[in-house]
Design a protein around this ligand. Structure first.
Ligand code: SF4
Ligand code: SF4
Length: 126
């Protein structure tokens, strides 16, 4: 359960005024990851607008977002969706919801993945 305090913090962390989104869907239409998402980017924003943060936090979408900024470049209202996605991830991680356990990473990933990719991935997912 996400408290109203955590909801407020989430919006503070993102620095975004999600109420300015008018659900045109341009962000979702231009998102390269949309086909793999269970909620489209504009649907995540809608849930945050409605205060239904738990549903947004339970979504795979927040972890699949690549922070590529394509959506924010297309948004006619200047909403930075990557900031909202990041704030959702940070909120969940602060609540103890680690998305990836480094100990369980396959040995071939640890041996072969570039260090920078590992560090970036661990920053995002843990
Ligand atoms: S493009 Fe902007 S205004 Fe349109 S749905 Fe996405 S976030 Fe909302
Ligand atoms: S920043 Fe995330 S939500 Fe926006 S277009 Fe890129 S992958 Fe999609």
């Amino acid at each position: 359960m996400v408290s109203s305090e955590n909801r407020r913090k989430l919006l503070d962390i993102s620095g975004e005024d999600v109420t300015s989104c008018y659900q045109c869907g341009k962000c979702s239409a231009g998102c390269a990851m949309a086909a793999m998402m269970d909620l489209l980017p504009h649907q995540v924003i809608r849930l945050v607008q409605l205060g239904q943060v738990e549903e947004a936090l339970a979504s795979r979408t927040i972890w699949l977002c690549a922070s590529c900024l394509a959506c924010s470049a297309r948004c006619p209202r200047g909403v930075s969706l990557p900031n909202v996605m990041e704030s959702l991830r940070v909120t969940l991680l602060r609540l103890g919801g680690r998305h990836l356990d480094p100990v369980r990473l396959p040995a071939d990933v640890l041996e072969n993945a570039p260090e920078q990719a590992l560090v970036a991935g661990l920053r995002k997912y843990t």
